[in-house]
Write a protein that binds this ligand. Sequence first.
Ligand code: F6R
Length: 606
Amino acid sequence: MCGIVGYIGKRDAAPILIEGLHRLEYRGYDSAGIALVRGKSLSVFKSKGKVRELERLLPERLKSSTGIAHTRWATHGEPSDRNAHPHVDASGRFAVVHNGIIENSAQLRRQLVANGTQLQSDTDSEVLAHLIAAHPAERLEDSVRAALRLITGTYGIAVLDGERPDTLIVARNGSPVVLGIGDREMYVASDPAALVRHTQSVVHLDDGELAVVHAEGFETFLLDGGPTSKTPATLAWSEESFDKGEFTHFTRKEIAEQPDAVRRTLSGRLEPRFQTTHIGGLELAARELLAVRRVKILGCGSAYISGRLGAQLIEQLARVPADAEPASEFRYRNPVIEADTLYIAVSQSGETFDTLAAVQEIKRKGGRVLGIVNVVGSTIARECGRGMYLHAGPEIAVVSTKTFTCTAVAFALLAVHLGRLRDLSTARGAQLLQALAGLPAQIETILTQEPAIESLAQSIARQQNAYFVGRAASFAIAMEGALKLKEVSYLHAEAYPASELKHGPLALICPEMPTVIIMPRDELFAKNVATIEEIRARKGPTYVVTHAGEPLPVAVDGVIEVPKSEPELDPILLNIPLQLLAYHVALARGSNVDQPRNLAKSVTVE
Ligand code: F6R
């Protein structure tokens, strides 16, 4: 989604800003722009398309040490040069970059036009530049404050005044803004990924805060009040983790990183002495956890699907009723919040707007909510205040792979913890701990099967549609497999519980409709064999992801075998080949694997 970068200091701002924009490319965007203070005026360059197209517009010498830049993901108005940010007021003195959505922009635009302002774009964001200009004040922050008072909606903004090269203003309400502290220079970004090359010392703004940023430092204020005090945090991620290294795609790199990512998720959390797990960030005493009568998991996309898997793990291991729901649906249905329910919000980025809104709704109604989040210090992590970090490392590809796996592992840790407080025996606890510790090596084994998965992908890539089916926890894996395939390859893929096929989907089975069946060798294996028979009777190609063992009692078009874990953990491993499958189908079809069309990494708007 949209990205903001800002710089104020002693060096040339343009290359720093452009490099920052490149770092944010992974989030998905459709246009880019930059504004710099040169002398006592602004220079603004914007372009539809990629950051490199913006670079082509820039003059060779562009001396300036103060600027802001933006990557836009269209919400109001098509992707175009004129809709790209920064937006400027009529005099060209103020430039604004904005993430989020201004909900009353239509009304504000009408008022501005009625007052004689000529709007240059179709965006909601442009009104901010005009409103700032319409409220002249001694201090730039006061003009910005006056403008922000008139808008409703969400924003992370950075504002530049052509007449004040020594000041940048940033503010936040619902859309992240981070300050990076350098040596007599300051950086601004919506995502720490843009800062990591320059500094590890950052300050996250909270909602309702504004910062006045100078080269020598910064001051933070409440939007409608006095100063606030901020303690800098240290970024956990190194610059190298944002590079593809030996891989051609971040997606492939992140699939390969899974053994190490899972090791980090597990690190320090297995407690063999008591055959349980230790989750430091839970901040709930055993007595409080024992009083939990229900678990409700919320997230979007793959985070929601990992929640479905998490719910299964919690029900199986802790025997506590659990379910998952898309956060986007939950927040709009006036949910009943129960005191003895434990709510869990799942988010890789920690910035997904719908998930954040669900967390806020739960808290407003007095509920307890834990976060399972990858990005340290992100909004959802801070809003929840307790939970588990995945420690999966940065996920740059738009689609989630390693964080799906690490989230499932985090849920397994939580399920064992809750289970061991209840009826899960020490013997079973010990088996599960051993199985958890064995997952990274088993994932490594699965990754060695890439050539076989690739050849299966070649067959699927020739089709236009695919079904993914599974039963019980494997249905969540079918959902994730189908989502991944459609996201990166644009092939239409749908997931069904295998038991549902004969209630409708079977109508589409034919030689052009392949079905991927996720079938661990468990008590439902025979039922899945029957499903394959039904599909084959209608001449549908069948591809099976299963465990090694006796030859399948039915002919299929392809088989991928994964190592066996404990039954509750098997879905985690069964998912890995589906990631490679989606990746290779995408390569075969020539799609942009790392940045699929229309998708963004961190969905910070509704
Ligand atoms: C799928 C994918 C998305 C995200 C979803 C939630 O590959 O990446 O479906 O899972 O947008 O994102 P987070 O986890 O950042 O809240």
